[in-house]
Write a new protein. Structure first.
Length: 383
């Protein structure tokens, strides 16, 4: 593949009124590396075509369904066909759509949680390996430069041996039964069939991946309290988990969507034998690090003191804030590098620093294990 040409992007989901589809489109186009050429943007054919038109997609490539899109794109000559598809539909559709496009040899960028079950995740990972395609999962918080710096500090031993990992994602937007008031995003997120899991899947998956990405430690076993506060809601909206990690560290994870007044308060603290770091998504341009000396450092983005991965994840000079869109674009940029290198296969995520299908599979396992622990009397449950 020529290094400089724009990649041809397709999208499933992200139609009029959708939330994250527009963020994916912005992320893909942030560095002028991709151009949206095709899509099945909605569950109804008319709305899908109207959304495509509004996005500047040619009429003959704004498809009525993702099945039609796959058939028609696959039949196009290689120099016209989409290079990759972004999957931004409700969770229950991730598996069939991702499996079908991967099977056709098309690279995939899929939102989280990857799929509903570990069996599906394994099937997908095997297929990705067999087709040698690139598969990224948009755990976008790992795209922040100071999260990459945090990972660098932990893995280079600056904190000493990691002992305690505390991660939380607090939201308050589901404090009331919004799903009963015609709120589209709340409706599918609180429907077990479409969402798979509630707060633990929607935001707990981000928290788990953030802790794993920064520390390199994986949860070995956990003990969960899974609760639903809002009457009539059929899915968890508040989850607290005790964690034991494979390196001996202990910790906690909280994922709650009923923390009244909280917005998108994802936060991580890591303590080692030599020091501590703290990062918060709502103040993403500062990383706080302190040591036994009692002095607290504030690392900021956009300067030469940072590690390569953090420097490469920054576009603006220091002092101009970067945030959600840029971090999202970093996942895309690193996945694009793998697509361009035509690397494919499961090693691509490791080499190119983006969350891949294996990371997605670990996330699915974490959600499953948390729900199993919550439902059991035994409580401590191995991953
Ligand atoms: N990474 C993040 O930070 C982040 C943030 C929000 C959502 N998400 C994930 O992104 C996905 C979408 O979430 P959202 O909040 O944008 O949902 P949304 O309800 O706003 O959008 C979903 C879109 O999918 C479309 N759709 C539904 N069925 C379809 C079908 N059969 N074919 C084509 N399109 C179809 C809907 O019409 C809509 O346009 C979810 O998996 C969610 O977990 C991730």
């Amino acid at each position: 593949m020529s290094d400089s040409r724009q990649l041809r992007m397709g999208m499933v989901g992200g139609g009029e009124g959708a939330f994250i589809g527009a963020v994916h489109r912005a992320a893909a186009r942030f560095d002028d590396e991709a151009c949206l050429v095709a899509g099945a943007f909605s569950s109804t054919a008319d709305k899908s075509r109207a959304s495509g038109r509004a996005l500047g997609v040619a009429d003959d490539r704004a498809y009525g369904s993702w099945e039609e899109m796959l058939a028609r794109e696959s039949a196009l000559p290689e120099h016209e066909r989409i290079d990759f598809v972004s999957i931004v539909v409700p969770n229950h559709l991730h598996f069939p759509v991702a499996r079908a496009f991967t099977d056709a040899g098309i690279h995939v960028i899929c939102d989280k949680p990857l799929v509903h079950t570990s069996a599906e995740a394994r099937q997908l990972a095997d297929l990705v390996a067999a087709r040698r395609t690139v598969f990224a999962v948009t755990y976008n918080y790992s795209g922040y430069p100071l999260v990459k710096q945090a990972r660098h500090l932990v893995t280079s031993g600056a904190l000493g041996d990691v002992r305690k990992i505390v991660v939380a994602y607090y939201q308050g937007w589901l404090t009331t039964a919004l799903e009963e008031q015609g709120h589209k995003q709340a409706a599918w997120r609180t429907d077990p069939e479409r969402a798979g899991a509630g707060a633990i899947g929607d935001i707990g998956s981000h928290a788990e991946q953030l802790a794993r990405y920064v520390t390199g430690s994986r949860v070995r076993e956990l003990c969960a309290d899974v609760h639903t506060f809002v009457p009539g809601r059929r899915i968890d909206d508040d989850v607290s988990v005790l964690l034991r990690f494979d390196n001996g560290a202990r910790g906690t994870l909280v994922a709650s969507q009923v923390c009244t007044g909280s917005e998108n308060d994802l936060q991580l603290s890591v303590w080692g034998t030599q020091g501590r770091l703290r990062w918060r998504q709502e103040e993403p341009n500062a990383l706080l690090v302190s040591s036994t000396s009692g002095v607290e450092q504030i690392w900021r983005r956009g300067n030469d003191a940072l590690c390569d991965a953090a420097r490469n994840a920054t576009r603006l000079p220091p002092g101009h804030p970067e945030a959600f869109h840029e971090a999202f674009a970093n996942v895309y940029r690193n996945a694009f590098a793998a697509i361009r290198a035509d690397a494919g296969g499961l090693d691509a995520g490791r080499t190119y620093d983006f969350p891949d299908v294996q990371d997605g599979a670990v996330g699915v396992r974490f959600i499953e294990t948390t729900l199993a622990s919550g439902a059991s009397d035994r409580k401590w449950t191995p991953m």
